[in-house]
Write a protein that binds this ligand. Structure first.
Ligand SMILES: C[S@@+](CC[C@H](N)C(=O)[O-])C[C@H]1O[C@@H](n2cnc3c(N)ncnc32)[C@H](O)[C@@H]1O
Length: 473
């Protein structure tokens, strides 16, 4: 075998796609992960990292495209890290996602391959996102053709768009995006122009100076409402600047129904404000999942792909198999999507959620949907369940637990509590097959895994959602 080390250039044929979205090739069984490739491509790559059991590489030249490859829609494809698989036909993406879920679960051992069902497709493959988070950046990502130029049309030290994965602090100025509504892109352009000509600079992630930090746009195709949140660093002129921007946005894009100004002094690059002020409108928008109506505030979680989330909710309902007499616990309940979707078939549903805005929204959403048997409890699940038996005695022991944690999965102490509480059924909704596999491994001490249904909420990206159904042994 060629002796591989960092910097080695080598020709490879991509065999498969791996967890995280990279192409996978092998030399004599040794695995090499290659950024931004799809199966069937023959590529000249440079090794960027060499470990004992694998290497990482990036493409120097595409020598021959995959017979499966299709033309990507977006001008930013290949630069923006949002859509890695726009050049792979959608049915292939679904197959890859199903297999990725299986590969993660296979490590648990003792499972048969057909426990993971074929992935259910998203009804919309483009323009499916109802939320987009853009970052301001003080270092714009320069396109290859710009590197040659002495005079640039756009400044180097300002960008509003998406972070380039692996290049900390670099932001790609987004001009088009096929995952979100056209009005979201129009808002992006208006805000970019305003911020660029304002007296304050974008936030610099290196020295933590600067003002403009994030633009978050949420919209609803069904209600036509749009929520815009601008997150900035604290500054004495912030209110007057945001008021000027508000006047401009209302004049240029009258569909915006509400504008929120969030202030964040955090060093971490996360689009969560420390404090918020509603500049105009109600501070939330309303969305539909099938016939259910939900109010969503700027800081609260809502599934990003509404039409596919309806399929997910149907899968959860079917998996719970409720008859009207059950107590259901909905762990990580967000704005109440699952709890409210299940309430009419249950005796009672109790939601547990960390974020205050989400709990307030969930309570309002129960009312909006004529549901009066849901209770939402605020707090960190690992604390809320510390005395789970006492809680179960006073609130009712769960017959079914639905759990839908963030990517990190459930805290081990929460999994242990479930093993003590022993609900007859657990329906685990996961957005990360790796942490799903880790948690299932623990749960299978007392539970039998009946099936895992992947659902695609994020076409063209390596993300996949899955519903795992567990029954007490
Ligand atoms: C993937 S979302 C699921 C939301 C909801 N099930 C839905 O379908 O809309 C995960 C939720 O868990 C909440 N969360 C994160 N960590 C938590 C914790 N330690 N305790 C309770 N809730 C938490 C987040 O705020 C978020 O609303």
């Amino acid at each position: 075998m060629t002796k591989l080390k960092k910097g080695t250039e080598i020709e490879l044929v991509v065999e498969n796609l791996s967890f995280g979205g990279k192409g996978l090739a092998r030399i004599d069984g040794f695995v090499i992960f290659i950024d931004r490739t799809i199966p069937g491509q023959r590529v000249l790559v440079r090794i960027t990292r060499k470990k004992a059991s694998y290497a990482e590489a990036r493409v120097v030249e595409l020598l021959q495209d995959s017979p499966k490859a299709i033309a990507p829609r977006c001008m930013h494809f290949g630069t923006c890290g949002g859509c890695l698989w726009q050049n792979l036909p959608y049915n292939e993406q679904l197959e890859v996602k199903r297999n990725l879920v299986w590969e993660c679960l296979a490590h648990i051992g003792g499972l048969s391959n057909d426990i993971v069902l074929p992935a259910l497709p998203s009804p919309e493959v483009y323009y499916y996102r109802n939320k987009m988070e853009y970052s301001f950046g003080a270092r714009r990502w320069l396109l290859p053709e710009e590197l040659e130029l002495s005079h640039l049309e756009k400044p180097r030290d300002f960008a509003l768009g998406l972070h380039i994965k692996g290049f900390y602090g670099r932001v790609l100025d987004i001009e088009e995006c096929h995952l979100q509504s056209p009005s979201s892109v129009s808002i992006l352009k208006q805000v970019r122009q305003f911020a660029l000509t304002s007296e304050l600079p974008p936030y610099n992630t290196h020295d933590h100076t600067g003002f403009w930090r994030f633009l978050v746009v949420r919209d609803s195709k069904h209600t036509g409402q749009i929520l815009v949140e601008l997150i900035t660093a604290p500054h004495r002129s912030s209110s007057s600047l945001i008021r000027q921007l508000s006047t401009l946005l209302q004049a240029e894009i009258p569909d915006i129904s509400t504008l929120v100004h969030g202030i964040s002094a955090k060093k971490a690059q996360i689009a969560i404000a420390d404090t918020q002020e509603v500049v105009f409108g109600p501070g939330y928008i309303e969305k539909y999942l099938g016939d259910f109506r939900f109010r969503i505030s700027s800081g609260a979680f809502f599934q990003t792909n509404s039409t596919a989330a309806r399929i997910l909710l149907d899968q959860v309902s079917e998996s719970c198999g409720l008859t009207g007499s059950e107590v259901v616990w909905d762990l990580y309940s967000g704005t109440g999507t699952m709890a409210i979707g299940l309430a009419k078939a249950a005796r009672k549903v109790i939601g547990f959620e960390l974020v205050q805005d989400a709990v307030s929204d969930a309570q309002a959403n129960a009312g909006l949907n004529g549901v009066d048997n849901c209770e939402f409890i605020l707090g960190d699940l690992k604390d809320l369940l510390r005395n789970s038996s006492a809680f179960a005695n006073s609130h009712g022991s769960p017959h079914v637990v639905v759990t839908d944690p963030p990517r990190a999965g459930m805290h081990p102490s929460v999994v242990k509590k479930l093993l003590t509480l022993e609900p007859p059924k657990i329906v685990y909704v996961s957005c990360n097959p790796a942490t799903l596999a880790r948690d299932l491994k623990m749960l299978m001490e007392k539970y039998r895994l009946l099936r895992v249904q992947p659902v695609d909420l994020f076409p063209h990206t390596p993300h996949v959602e899955a519903v795992a159904v567990l029954e007490k042994r």
